[in-house]
Design a protein around this ligand. Structure first.
Ligand code: UDP
Length: 239
């Protein structure tokens, strides 16, 4: 079931790149800051579910270029996301924020299995829920999982926190000074123009099910809290 009236439930997607700070492994300074910002929004009553990427460890597509079987590489990628989940969980708990990790690949000593009804109960009790191990299936991405989880647990929108950009632009703002940021964008335009929102399977799932996506910049201090609390920022992808 969806949240009761006036309760905001959202899904925050954090890419592995954000966790790694541009390198392999976990940049604890970044994760600690992001955790603090999430805790603040949760304290203000926002129900926060999170999907964590794993690109700071492994990407199956890259491993397969280096000669590793694609599916096995994808499983390595999924396991990487779980390490990010645990790092984020730790900093959230240090802030006094109760947190549960649920993984799509069962690993009982480390996390709960993904059980959507239970995830909803956690959110209702004020716990932050972090989803790890993607969909548990090779050839999927954590972007697609973000849309799927948001739909299944009835989130109002998916918030895509990005590194290096603060929204979706007409061209890469780091290369083209004419590039302009969209404040709003249709699914169709994002798909047809191949704009940097998320991968096409994720975007088409959002379009087919009308899940709103807000793309925003992670780096500016306070931005994560603002996005979670519903501030109009970055680029809204809808209709
Ligand atoms: N992955 C997968 N299935 C999933 C989610 C992720 O196989 O449902 C693998 C895939 O190899 C992917 C890697 O895990 O490259 C890390 O996830 P992703 O690239 O989505 O992370 P991000 O780009 O957000 O850091």
């Amino acid at each position: 079931t969806g949240p009761t009236a006036n309760v905001r439930r959202v899904l925050l997607k954090l890419s592995g790149e954000a966790f790694g700070g541009g390198a392999v492994g976990v940049d604890t300074t970044v994760v600690r800051r992001v955790a603090g910002e999430i805790e603040l929004a949760a304290r203000h009553g926002v129900q926060v579910a999170i999907v964590v990427g794993g690109g700071n460890f492994f990407r199956g597509a890259q491993l397969s270029q280096a000669g590793i079987d694609r599916s096995r590489g994808d499983y390595m990628g999924m396991l990487g996301t779980v390490m990010n989940c645990l790092a984020l969980q730790d900093f959230l708990e240090q802030e006094g924020q109760a947190t549960r990790v649920q993984t799509a690949i069962t690993m009982g000593q480390v996390a709960e299995p993904y059980i959507p009804q239970k995830a909803i109960r956690h959110l209702e009790k004020g716990r932050v829920v972090i989803f790890g191990a993607g969909a548990g299936m090779p050839y999927f991405s954590t972007d697609t999982v973000s849309i799927q989880r948001a739909l299944e647990i009835h989130c109002a929108e998916v918030l895509m926190g990005k590194n290096g950009v603060d929204g979706v632009y007409t061209a890469d703002p780091r290369k083209d000074e004419q590039a302009r940021m969209f404040t709003q964008l249709s699914y169709k335009r994002a798909l047809v123009d191949n704009l940097a929102v998320m991968d096409a399977s994720a975007l088409s799932m959002a379009r087919d099910n009308n899940m709103r996506i807000r793309v925003f910049g992670l780096e500016a201090p306070g931005n994560v809290t603002k996005a979670l609390e519903g501030e109009d920022m970055g680029t809204l992808v809808c209709g």
